[in-house]
Design a protein around this ligand. Sequence first.
Ligand SMILES: CC(C)(COP(=O)(O)OP(=O)(O)OC[C@H]1O[C@@H](n2cnc3c(N)ncnc32)[C@H](O)[C@@H]1OP(=O)(O)O)[C@@H](O)C(=O)NCCC(=O)NCCS
Length: 191
Amino acid sequence: MALADYMAHKPVLTTDRLTLRQLRPSDLPALKEWMPDKAMYQYWGKPAGKTDKNPQLLFEKAEKRTKSLHWAIALKEEDKVIGEAWIYLIEKNRMAKMALRIAPAYQGKGYATEAAKAVIDFCFTHTELQRLWTDVDVRNIPSWKVLEKCGFTREGLIRQGKMVNTWCDYYIYGLLKTDIRKDGALPRILD
Ligand SMILES: CC(C)(COP(=O)(O)OP(=O)(O)OC[C@H]1O[C@@H](n2cnc3c(N)ncnc32)[C@H](O)[C@@H]1OP(=O)(O)O)[C@@H](O)C(=O)NCCC(=O)NCCS
């Protein structure tokens, strides 16, 4: 299958502790626990939107076909949604932006890194994507730590630029398919 097929038939990804899948109405109580939490939006580039504040809205609209991939990140054992991952701003099926968020109560346990590695592996193994990138507020240390644990290279610093909808100093991180070692392991970053 190609990237376009996966946009129509969203893939489910599994890791040791997580399932990355589509959202379901039964996820609503879990989403309400963390989606409206202001702490989630400190370095998100924009404040909580309408659906972030009221996740019920996610299930009230007819599902639209999007030119992106989105996964709910669920704990495998409890099937509880604790975060989300996106592959979006897809350019010519060759380059895309990656974003992740994990509920505050579950941060610092390696879940974002585990989910990101599954997404990266999927993108480079099953789609035509050659480059993943993202921008990160320099103060968002957990976020750039996750990227570096996944092998991303810090490609540059933008001073007082526009990151999504806010002005801040931010890093650009990128990962190429060719950065991944031949044995399938993600590249190690030297400190
Ligand atoms: C960024 C985010 C996804 C990380 O999720 P997470 O599940 O906590 O990430 P992990 O546990 O996999 O890794 C976080 C790393 O940051 C480290 N870290 C966290 N806070 C830190 C701090 N203040 N200083 C230094 N390191 C810190 C953790 O120790 C861990 O590194 P380690 O494995 O070497 O110990 C999560 O914080 C989040 O959702 N933030 C809000 C949304 C957001 O800003 N998303 C990023 C923009 S796309």
